[in-house]
Design a protein around this ligand. Structure first.
Ligand code: SF4
Length: 305
């Protein structure tokens, strides 16, 4: 199995080389906004899945041949469920100088071993979408043993112990977690955590549940003020530099699509194809039955068929 995908344009991390260390789809949550689809294996047990050395080899080969700003551990599920996460980060760092990030839902930060593994990274991006149990259950549909108060305390402990930057993402969904009372409580709790950045997001890609609605830019900007000066709305990726020419774009596009949906603009940014070429390539892939398109708001996204 190929564990490395991209580099893909990331709103927060530049050209981000994804490292997928979780089989689809093992996660502690089943978020209503998940881009990967429904969780088929919900659990909290950390397990070994893949060989750390082979993953480091794959990363090193890719970094040698493409522009990479950040190596980002994520997965087709929750990456901290991989018991070898810390060892994998260390093995990658022995091979390349590129900084390493981990994107995590933060649900296992109460576990000392998870915190120690994450401390190996250069930047950690946990998420927190709720501070009350009712909203937590609705948006994240967590494993029954998880408790939102324990998760918040785990985040607090991690922040206190870890000297690396911690950027907290909050995914906001209309009529789910944008209630003024929930937001007020969340702002109080998040301010007390002392994270370096608070990043507000909303649904911009096809979610697990089609009924999920995004917030408008204006709503996000207003909510941002509640969270103070460290808060920002993370906007679409604007960079337009071209990647070096590569041969098999169909396979490269598919490799990324297996992990996340892409818009036409995403494909243009991740490849050296022009807009016209990307559109033609995606149309051919759609005709061949490799991908299908999906409309969300004003945008068209592509997913693996
Ligand atoms: S969004 Fe992340 S945490 Fe939520 S279900 Fe998907 S993979 Fe799991």
């Amino acid at each position: 199995m190929n564990h490395v995908f991209g580099p893909v344009p990331s709103r927060r991390l530049g050209y981000s080389l994804g490292v997928d260390i979780i089989p689809p789809k093992y996660c502690t949550y089943d978020c209503i906004y998940c881009q990967i689809g429904r969780t088929t294996d919900k659990g909290i047990q950390r397990k070994s899945f893949y060989d750390a050395g082979s993953i480091a080899d794959e990363v090193a080969r890719k970094v040698a041949s493409a522009r990479v700003d950040m190596i980002t551990f994520s997965g087709s599920g929750e990456p901290t469920l991989n018991a070898d996460l810390g060892a994998m980060i260390r093995r990658v760092k022995e091979r390349v100088d590129t900084p390493v990030a981990v994107i995590t839902n933060g649900s296992l930060l109460y576990d000392r071993d998870v915190r120690a593994d994450l401390a190996e990274a250069d930047v950690v991006l946990p998420s927190l979408d709720a501070v009350t149990d009712q909203v937590f259950q609705r948006i994240n549909r967590p494993h029954p043993s998880l408790d939102i108060r324990r998760i918040i305390e785990g985040l607090r402990e991690f922040r206190a112990e870890c000297s690396k930057p911690v950027w907290l993402e909050i995914m906001l969904i209309r009529n789910i977690n944008d209630d003024p009372e929930e937001l007020k409580k969340m702002a109080q709790i998040v301010s007390s955590l002392g994270v370096d950045r608070i990043q507000l997001n909303t649904v911009t890609r096809p979610p697990s549940e089609e009924s999920v609605c995004r917030l408008e830019e204006g709503d996000l900007q207003a909510i941002c003020k509640l969270f103070g000066p460290r808060c920002e709305v993370i906007c679409s990726f604007e960079r337009t530099e071209e990647m070096p020419a590569q041969a098999d774009w169909t396979e490269i596009i598919l490799e990324t699509l297996r992990r996340r949906p892409l818009s036409l603009e995403d494909v243009v940014r991740t490849t050296s194809l022009t807009r016209f070429q990307a559109k033609t390539r995606l149309k051919a892939m759609e005709d061949e039955g490799l991908v299908r398109s999906y409309t969300l708001g004003d945008d068209v996204f592509y997913v693996v068929a």
